[in-house]
Design a protein around this ligand. Structure first.
Ligand code: PBG
Length: 326
């Protein structure tokens, strides 16, 4: 009887040895917690399709951000739900807009935490699209760039540390870089949603951010889920325009894309967005008692790291941080 010479199991015998040979680790240092900010006072609206996620008014958001910082999470990502929507998304670049107020309040209470803002118009437009819409319903690229640049600048003037354009218009990173540089903010990084697919996994987010398009869909500007070579092109263009960090979104159904971008651009920090639908699927199955929610959460986030992401934006961030600190 010949016994096997090679026994990978030798390195799996105890938690202690497994801990030592582990190749991938989750770290609180590389988590970003998203928040939804809404007008009003003392507002905490649960988002029905995202158990554990809420829309907070600014006064209720600030303690949440304090807690986030207390858990060791370095950054938050803010989405705003404005009081009024209009055809050009004025609330997005209003000095007294919801995001601008939230940034100032956070910076006063927790100055150290990095405030990243989502730069997009869909939450602020009455039609729910990410840009200016023509009479026949087309989302117009170049007229939108100017508004996005104005929005990004307005966030930075309010105190944002990093801006994250998520609209998928062509040339927006260059437009935003130009506007920031001209205003003296050449030190503010741009985290580009470079590779963003037209995904059904954003469904719950659109409830949370009240940003579902009133007509049509986003397929004329977000990427086709069938494409991966095109992801390299999008990332390349954004880097040429001045992006400092790249994002792939969604994460879980696009692990192959994360890997390709990681290998093609080894010198750039890579962020993956573990989006709303990915979060809600796990929460729902856990609530049904069909999976161990905590373990599936950790395994999912590990998979995103193993695929090559450095940083993960996830609604689970605070939950994970609590587990990691135990
Ligand atoms: C704004 C934006 C979206 C998400 C982030 N920024 C929605 C969309 O593009 O429709 C989705 C995030 C998530 O699902 O968690 N354009």
């Amino acid at each position: 009887m010949a016994f096997p010479v090679h026994r990978p199991r030798r390195l799996r015998g105890s938690e202690n040895i497994r801990r030592m040979v582990r190749e991938t680790r989750l770290s609180v240092d590389q988590l970003i917690q998203p928040f939804f900010v809404i007008y009003g006072e003392d507002v905490v609206n649960p988002v029905a399709s995202m158990p554990g996620v809420h829309q907070f008014s600014v006064d209720r958001l600030v303690p949440q951000v304090k807690e986030t910082w207390g858990l060791g999470i370095p950054a938050v990502l803010l989405f705003g739900i404005p009081e009024h929507k209009d055809s050009v998304g004025s609330g997005a670049y209003d000095k007294e807009g919801i995001i601008q107020q939230a940034i100032r309040a956070i910076k006063e209470a927790v100055p150290e935490i990095l405030v990243i803002t989502d730069v997009c118009l869909c939450e602020y437009t009455d039609h729910g699209h990410c840009g200016v819409v023509s009479e026949d319903g087309e989302v117009l690229n170049d007229p939108t760039l100017e508004l996005l640049a104005k929005e990004a600048l307005s966030h930075v003037e309010a105190g944002a540390d990093i801006v994250a354009p998520s609209d998928m218009m062509d040339g927006r990173v260059g437009a935003i870089r130009g506007a920031l540089d001209e205003a003296g903010y050449s030190n503010i990084p741009i985290l580009s949603y470079a590779v963003k697919y037209a995904s059904a996994f954003y469904g719950p987010f659109r409830d949370a951010a009240e940003s579902a398009p009133r007509f049509g869909d986003r397929r004329a500007y977000q990427m086709d889920p069938c494409n991966v070579r095109e992801a390299v092109k999008e990332a390349q263009l954004d880097l040429e325009e001045g992006a400092d960090m790249l994002m792939v979104k969604p994460a879980l159904a696009y692990l192959d894309v994360i890997r390709v971008i990681r290998e093609t651009f080894p010198h750039v920090p890579l962020v993956a967005y573990n989006v709303s639908g990915e979060y809600s699927l796990i929460k729902a199955a856990a609530q049904m008692g069909w999976v161990d929610g905590e373990r599936v959460m950790m395994e999912t986030l590990l998979a995103i790291k193993r695929a090559g992401a450095d940083i993960i934006i996830t609604y689970f961030a605070m939950e994970v941080a609590r587990i990691l600190s135990n």
